[in-house]
Design a protein around this ligand. Structure first.
Ligand code: ZN
Ligand code: ZN
Length: 137
């Protein structure tokens, strides 16, 4: 569980009904929703919630570091509540489904010194691509 609501409450974030609905929509495992998807789901629970409110709320949660933005392959940016556990993404090239994965090994230390160009390297991102079981069936 991502326990996003608990985390936001713990940060002392003022929990309006609109903010709570956005947080509830994003809570869970392997959640990677576009802003439009968040808005559609939030509006299902709170019909008066505006797109602007959803966008602003997402921006605030990103600024707090409680959700992360995920961009893959030129598709719309997605929002991911799994912000505190380092993970990589497995993406279906057909339907766009995204799973959180935890590769073994350490790509950070595997980068040879000669390939670092003097950088102090602090992070990396890996995207695995392929067909999900539904799309390959
Ligand atoms: Zn698929
Ligand atoms: Zn993720």
């Amino acid at each position: 569980m991502s326990d996003l609501l608990e985390r936001l409450r713990g940060r002392g974030w003022r929990m309006t009904s609109q903010r709570r609905v956005v947080a509830e929509v994003l809570d869970g495992d392997h959640v990677h929703l576009t802003a439009d998807e968040v808005h559609a789901r939030a509006a299902g629970r709170l019909p008066e919630i505006s797109r602007a409110t959803v966008y602003n709320t997402l921006g605030e949660m990103v600024a707090l570091g409680e959700i992360i933005e995920v961009s893959t392959d030129g598709r719309a940016k997605r929002y991911d509540p799994n912000a505190h556990h380092a993970h990589q993404h497995l993406v279906c090239t057909s339907c766009g489904t995204i799973r959180d994965v935890h590769p073994t090994g350490d790509p950070l230390s595997d980068l040879p010194a000669a390939e670092r160009f003097g950088f102090t390297v602090s992070a990396f991102e890996v995207t695995y691509r392929g067909l999900c079981p539904d799309c390959s069936a």
